[in-house]
Design a protein around this ligand. Structure first.
Ligand code: ADP
Length: 140
């Protein structure tokens, strides 16, 4: 197993409800280390660039509005198989399908307002981390 880094976002529905600490506890309990973290308020255009892969999907505009509606916490998580491990801790995209104990099962409000984002592959993790953080901000 390799040590990896993945980009995580605590989304507006969760920051609004003051859930950052509870979500971070789940990451840390799973052995993921938060090696960078900052709270930012995305513009709709910045959210649009981040989610450009979904530009043709019917929910794209709603997703970008949502991501710009309140501050988010962007963070880099590090650990063995961090990408897969984080997605396990997150749970399925739709909270109705998320396994008990996962972030989305416990906190997500809907398939769109689902509390967290996590990179889905090493290539996307590298691009997503570079979108928000400089090398000097990653403190392993
Ligand atoms: P994940 O975040 O689990 O990797 P996707 O990459 O499929 O999921 O989708 C990205 C984000 O787009 C989701 O986390 C969610 O916020 C939003 N989304 C996905 N599907 C829908 C949908 N059917 N309706 C509204 N928003 C959606």
């Amino acid at each position: 197993m390799a040590v990896e880094r993945t980009l995580s976002i605590i989304k507006p529905d969760a920051t609004k409800r003051n859930l950052t600490g509870k979500i971070n506890a789940k990451f840390e309990d799973a052995g993921l280390r938060i090696v960078a973290q900052k709270r930012i308020h995305l513009t709709k255009a910045q959210a649009g660039v981040f989610y450009a892969v979904h530009a043709e999907r019917p929910f794209y505009d709603e997703l970008c509005e949502f991501m710009a509606s309140e501050p988010v916490v962007v963070q880099v998580l590090e650990g063995e198989s961090a990408i897969a491990k984080n997605r396990e801790v997150m749970g399925a995209t739709n909270p109705a399908d998320a396994a008990p104990g996962t972030v989305r099962a416990e906190f997500a409000e809907s398939v769109g307002e689902n509390s967290v984002h996590g990179s889905d592959a090493p290539e996307t993790a590298a691009v997503e981390i570079a979108y928000f953080f400089s090398g000097l901000e990653l403190v392993g």
